[in-house]
Design a protein around this ligand. Sequence first.
Ligand SMILES: *Cc1c(COP(=O)(O)O)cnc(C)c1O
Length: 482
Amino acid sequence: MSEIKFYYGENVPLEMHKVRVVQKLDLVPVNRRLEAITEAGNNTFLLKNRDVYLDMLTDSGVNAMSDKQMAAMMEADDSYAGSETFTRLENKLQQIFNMKYFLPTHQGRACEHILAKVYVEPGSIVPMNYHFTTTKAHITLCGGTVEEIFIDEALKVKSTDPFKGDIDIHKLNALIEKHGAANIAFVRIEAGTNLIGGQPVSLKNMQEVRKICDTYGIMLVYDASLLADNLYFNKEREDQCKDMSIREITRSIADLCDIIYFSARKLGCVRGGGICTNRNDVYMKLRELIPLYEGFLTYGGMSVREMEALTVGLEETMDENMINQGPIFIAYMVSELQKRGVPVVTPAGGLGCHIDAMQFLSHIPQSEYPAGALASALYIISGIRGMERGTLSEQRSSDGSETYAHMELLRLALPRRVFTLSQVKFAIDRISWLYENREIVRGLNFIEEPKILRFFFGKLKPIGEWQTMLVAKFKQDFGNSL
Ligand SMILES: *Cc1c(COP(=O)(O)O)cnc(C)c1O
């Protein structure tokens, strides 16, 4: 059964927008794709966009903007100080989060840099539901330690838990008792937990965490980058939110937090970021670093045009018909892949569809990067660019040994309102074909391995001749079709 509101027929997602600006795409032939991935060292970050058909690398900065956002960009006020554009954005954030103060930054990680500089010192502990790459890097750089206190269900690929992003309350209590409240810099909750498959956090869990923070006098910091998806799941999956508007759920979340920060590359569908708080002491401390690292207090490194579009984008995020677009397409993709036996992370989350490479390519050991091999293979047979989120994305230990990731995932991001249903169906079709031919795929080895952030720049080669064998099988089955 499907609800008429977002779906029709057999759970086919329904777009509540129409396309008014388009960008031409190419699907280059399979021979060129093999050449391109070889040139890119089997690293999808190094592919040129001209060789990519569907870019499912990320949702960052590539969500579709609305006509109203585009129009607003023309009205932006360029003045260095006291810009009207800033005032409009500040007012919108005050209205949505009910927080007095807003500090603009150039993107999400810039907020993390500033928060870590002010609140994290050597020996500090920062408990959180799960880390994000840039969050952890900034906290570690300041001498702090990230403690992940996710619930046991969080790392299970196959699950029915509606809120896998929740914090384990017992682990949080135990952690504070062990280290002492004074050594906890703050507790961080990440909306739509990115690295475990875009999994949401319940409002109930946040209320429980708030109580503990109150008991010990610890700040609660909320990473709202993936708030839009999280809000949709609060409304769909949580009893206490069923009869609340998106605006009311947002306010209920915000009322629990000391600080909210976000990447506007995700939230609001533009490019930028910011920090909000109601606390004057917090504002005064953080404010000093904004002109130093970002820009003057009324732009913080953002373009005023993006800020103007963000004001509109934030208002649009309060519309259920807008924020459902990512999740319902992802749910469709996940359920269709499941029907075909492809191992995917469940329940479907936000951000994208996550394929479990550990199971998909169970014959490839983690030391040969199954998720990286899967990303490479999928590109060759479809022109689809995904992102490895597994051991390749980790860093080696100081003794040179590998740090094996909790999960080996291939993330196929669905940037909001960007792809059509037939493109999603094409992806499902090719992934299913690859699954049937998975035995051909083998692992990868490094040929160039940078010491830090190796997943961005590193180059690898296939172990053996599997890629030419894959192309041969592809041609046998698809003939001259791309
Ligand atoms: C993307 C992201 C960030 C970092 O934001 P940038 O704008 O890319 O710097 C931080 N936290 C989460 C949860 C994110 O998804």
